[in-house]
Write a protein that binds this ligand. Structure first.
Ligand code: AKB
Length: 338
């Protein structure tokens, strides 16, 4: 008998940290796949840790032989800033890795006769507004608007949402007995995420978490976007809850395969104000990187997440004030002992 387990790719990353803790608290058997060995605290939570790439079919076949995977959280990805420096590597990991994993999930579903639920974190990078004036006019953006990303990462995310929909609904549609439906693909378009316990790397929304963590560590921070820059954000515990909640919703309640999510949309200047109040010795300056600013200016100021609220009851716990007062500031102060 193969052991029933959850597979988490990119488990060492920011979302992985919180997600593994939650899955372990629910006593789920967890198999992880990451290019780097897990941190010891995370390794203790999992049943099997596999070190390697999501593009390695051999590794996935070995997992398939040993475990009955009924739920996949596919977190592994190169984020938007890093992907611009190595676009073909980004495509390899972000797209070919996802395709390999969708095929793996299909084979898993076939072997145990039940659909594999496949959770895919997409991103506001899937949007691409042509210029700042359009962004400011657009306001709340719905899932099917402005799907014209300007970054490699955004293109990868948007396309992989479509691949997931294909595997869920149309896979091999011309076959005599079309085998669609073995992958139950569910995706969320996350805004920028802010965690109190980890720091992101390689993203463009990183200015918010970088500002907070630098201030807590007593280090100066030069913010790479203008103070009036606005995109949506969410506190990490709400992101983890959203993934866990979406994974358990009955399929028939879902009207889409990709859902917008958001919690609050402050400007970089407002984040700076809150951080400076919490850490009065914070030394935040503004050194705009015009190229990264252009990427942020192509992402919406806010998104319409009413479909997620309606279909599966998405309701973030933390608004801007609560995220800082009740989660970020106390947890970060505790972490850095300030
Ligand atoms: C990034 O900045 O690349 C990510 C994202 C918004 O998906 N944090």
């Amino acid at each position: 008998m193969r052991a029933t387990s959850v597979l988490v790719t990119g488990a060492n990353g920011e979302i992985g940290h919180g997600l593994l803790a939650r899955l372990a608290a629910e006593e789920r058997s967890i198999v992880t796949l990451d290019v780097l060995p897990l941190e010891p605290a995370l390794a203790r939570l999992v049943r099997r840790e596999v070190t390697g790439s999501v593009t390695d079919r051999g590794l996935l076949e070995r997992i398939l032989a040993e475990f009955e995977i009924d739920l996949v959280f596919h977190l592994a990805a190169l984020l938007s800033t890093r992907a611009e420096f190595t676009p073909t590597t980004a495509h390899h990991v972000n797209v070919e890795g996802t395709l390999t994993l969708l095929e793996f999930a299909h084979l898993e579903g076939q072997s145990h006769g039940r659909p594999v639920v496949f959770l895919y974190p997409s991103s506001i990078a899937a949007y691409g507004l042509p210029d700042l004036a359009t962004k400011m006019r657009a306001g709340l953006v719905r899932e099917d608007e402005w799907n014209t990303p300007t970054t490699m990462y955004g293109c990868n995310k948007l396309y992989c949402e479509q691949l997931g929909r294909y595997y869920a609904r149309h896979y091999k549609q011309l076959a005599a007995d079309p085998p669609a439906g073995r992958v139950d693909f569910r995706s969320v378009r996350f805004p920028g995420l802010i965690s109190a316990v980890t720091q992101p790397s390689g993203g463009t929304s990183d200015y918010a978490p970088e500002m907070i963590h630098a201030a807590a560590k007593g280090k100066p921070y030069a913010c790479f976007v203008r103070p009036d820059t606005r995109i949506p954000f969410m506190a990490m515990p709400d992101a983890i809850d959203a993934l866990i909640d979406l994974a358990s919703v009955p399929r028939e309640r879902l009207t889409r395969t990709a859902y917008n999510l958001t919690a609050f949309s402050p400007t970089a200047g407002q984040i700076c104000d809150v951080v400076s109040r919490a850490f009065p010795r914070a030394a935040i300056t503004w050194h705009v990187d015009e190229k990264r600013q252009r990427i942020i200016d192509s992402w919406p100021t806010d998104v319409d997440d009413s479909a997620a609220r309606r279909d599966w009851g998405f309701q973030p716990r933390y608004d801007f004030a609560h995220a800082f007062d009740e989660y970020l500031i106390p947890t970060i102060k505790d972490r850095y002992q300030v």
